[in-house]
Design a protein around this ligand. Structure first.
Ligand code: MN
Length: 168
């Protein structure tokens, strides 16, 4: 069996203006995209611990999707490919197994998000539903305590924001 340790796997972050704006963070694992919905989006500041709700797997091909999900459908609203690239595991050799253990540490090579990150499952509070995790940036040369996602609205594959505005 081929080791995935050194292998680069794909990731994508789609900015999704549904009823609530969020960022869909997706890691290739076991032939699918394991997915988390992050209301505030990822951060390069290691002090930020971004809530990431584990959601259903998506097919690999979905990483290229951007466009508008029509009204009346689940997740209706606009989607852009906000960041994409590859990742490598920092620990372990099978990303699906790491996720199954409740912690996956990895290095992103995206256009915006780079360096070490970890996704860690947390306990849900009583009365809450879902499967909450935290996305945390590691301390490395890509860490940026001044990072502000609001200043980074752009699509990474064309010059378009989630509002459809063209940005010079
Ligand atoms: Mn979404």
């Amino acid at each position: 069996m081929q080791s995935t340790r050194a292998r680069r796997l794909r990731f994508v972050i789609q900015k999704h203006r549904a009823s609530h704006l969020h960022y869909d963070f997706r890691l290739e694992a076991g032939g699918v995209l394991k997915s988390w919905a992050i209301p505030k989006g990822p951060s390069l500041d290691p002090k930020d611990r971004r809530l990431a709700m584990h959601v259903e797997d998506h097919p690999l091909e979905y990483r290229r999707f951007q466009g508008t999900i029509a009204k009346g459908n689940y997740g209706a609203g606009e989607v852009i490919v906000w960041d994409k690239g590859t990742y490598a595991l920092s620990e372990g050799s099978d990303p699906a197994a790491e996720i199954g253990k409740g912690k996956i540490a990895f290095v992103l090579r995206g256009k915006k998000m780079r360096g070490e990150f970890a996704l860690v499952r947390i306990k849900r509070r009583s009365g809450e539903s879902g499967d909450p995790w935290l996305l945390i940036k590691g301390h490395d040369e890509y860490a940026d305590p001044a990072y502000d996602i609001e200043k980074d609205p752009r699509n990474c594959v064309s010059e378009r924001s989630v509002h459809g505005d063209r940005i010079a």
